[in-house]
Design a protein around this ligand. Structure first.
Ligand code: NAI
Length: 462
């Protein structure tokens, strides 16, 4: 089989955001890269996650706008959602981006192998199609898949995960979403807007654990107005299907009849079947590949990044880890990813976005936090577009005036976060930022005004 061995500087197993970012960045630095992927390139994010899910949410946003058009004096009679058309559009977006990514990888000289790869040890990855790739360094980035729970076999008919929801041609009349985390809340938001009767069941006492409760409260108010029912502090025990419906039983003894159940209780790493006999890569009890601060596994020269390691399961964190690991391989200084300051963007309606510490976290870390909040009710652009539910909240340190956290809820929060993210990561002071002009009228003024107020003097913010 020696004749079929291909030599590379770096071989990568898995072409999701972490793996393809490492490939693109490495190739642009002159490294010879081989990458193995069993599916189309792009991973969960592009094929079954961020991109298709946000396209659904955009369909919901367009429908919402049309129904709200009457407020602007535009009469639209009886708008109807044809979800099969939306599904086709979603697939066209995904296909276009997938083709673009594959082309970019080819143009950088990255060699992609289509098949199941196994890391055998000694820098070798074998592919189910017969080839063997040999790399000076190896990166494992096989990602994650939806976690399921006992008693809820995923059949695509009554029980779905995010994978199956994103393939639906028709939305259910009623749906129970188990898990009130990021996926659960995004699907609840889109499905309710598109006409499904939605119930969220979350085992913990609150939705979106880890997110500033003030932001979550704004989202919950909107969810309730749009007819979403929320049960917190209760788990689910099982379900029994009959005809078009299934009866879901909750741990408190109550039950609920719905057309479909979506399980959104987290994602588990894909580590099974990817290591051959000579590999010596340690995997934790929870199934995550164990790495050090440079993403090196227990086997020297073998690195792991993305959802396969126990860091925030976000595509953009995978990108950052891909870049960091290539810098390490090149022997360059690599600033470690600061996981306490990564940007989080939740695409519900209203959107939620934040970076850095909440007031409570700042206090826990020994800061003396001071907080200012600018409600969007006073923002001209928010009034113009008719979306005033939301605010920007900035947490700073009373002593040093350093900006510690930026938290936004409201229209386009995910697009508005960037200056806040930069401020937090640049460790900017409120005085440094207050000096800059914000264009008027924009939603982004709310961030500038909030920072300005933290200097002790302000224009519009109280
Ligand atoms: P998650 O960890 O965010 O939320 C899962 C929720 O399910 C938790 O609140 C948990 O308490 C609850 N839960 C667990 N078992 C339960 C049970 N038996 N009954 C009721 N509730 C139960 O996981 P999620 O939402 O599935 O997302 C997976 C990953 O994908 C997350 O790390 C998330 O960050 C990432 N993601 C990020 C997005 C974004 O940034 N916009 C979008 C989609 C996913």
């Amino acid at each position: 089989m020696l004749s079929e061995e291909q030599a590379f500087d770096v071989v990568i197993l898995g072409a999701g955001p972490a793996g393809y970012a490492a490939a693109l960045y490495g190739a642009s630095a002159g490294l010879k890269i081989g990458i193995v992927e069993r599916d189309r390139v792009g991973g969960t994010c592009l094929q079954r996650g961020c991109v298709p899910a946000k396209e659904y949410l955009e369909t919901a946003a367009v429908y919402r706008s049309i129904r709200g058009a009457v407020e602007f004096g535009i009469t639209v009679s009886d708008p109807v959602v044809d979800f099969a058309v939306s599904q086709k559009r979603k697939q066209a977006v995904v296909d276009k981006l997938t083709g673009g990514l594959a082309g970019l990888m080819r143009s950088r000289g990255i060699v992609t192998y289509a098949g199941d790869g196994v890391y055998e040890g000694d820098g070798r990855i074998t592919v189910s199609t017969g080839e063997t790739l040999v790399g000076d360094k190896v990166i494992i980035s096989t990602g994650s898949r939806p976690r399921t729970i006992p008693g809820f076999e995923v059949d695509g008919r009554y029980v779905l995960t995010s994978d199956e929801v994103l393939l639906l041609e028709e939305l259910p009349k009623s749906v129970a979403i188990v898990g009130g985390g990021v996926i659960g809340c995004e699907f609840a938001s889109a499905m309710a807007d598109l006409g499904s009767k939605v119930t969220i069941i979350e085992a913990l006492p609150r939705l979106l654990p880890g997110v500033d409760q003030d932001l979550v409260d704004v989202m919950i108010r909107s969810f309730k107005k749009r007819g979403i029912t929320i049960h917190t502090g209760v788990g689910v025990t099982g379900h029994s299907p009959s005809g078009e419906e299934t009866t879901l039983t909750l741990a408190d003894g109550s039950s609920l009849v719905v057309n479909q159940i979506v399980i959104a209780v987290g994602r588990q790493p894909n580590f099974e079947g990817i290591f051959g006999g000579r590999a010596s890569v340690a995997v934790s009890d929870r199934g995550f590949v164990v790495v050090d601060g440079s993403y090196q596994t227990s086997e020297p020269g073998v690195y792991a990044i993305g959802d396969l390691i126990e860091t925030a399961q976000l595509a953009h964190v995978g990108f950052a880890e891909g870049v960091a690991v290539i810098k390490t391989i090149l022997g360059e200084e690599s600033i470690p990813v600061d996981y306490s300051r990564v940007p989080w963007c939740i695409y519900t309606h209203p959107e939620i976005a934040f970076a850095g510490l909440t007031e409570e976290q700042a206090r826990e870390r020994g800061y003396d936090p001071v907080v200012k909040k600018d409600p969007l009710g006073g923002n001209s652009r928010a009034r113009i577009i008719g979306e005033v539910d939301g605010f920007v909240k900035v947490v700073a340190d009373r002593v040093t005036h350093q900006i510690l956290g930026v938290h936004i809820v409201g229209p386009w929060a995910t697009e508005l976060l960037s200056p806040g993210y930069l401020a937090v990561n640049w460790e900017a002071s409120v005085e440094e930022l207050a000096h800059f002009i914000q264009p008027h009228p924009t939603l982004s003024e709310a961030f500038g005004e909030t920072v300005f107020a933290l200097t002790g003097r302000s224009l519009h913010v109280g």
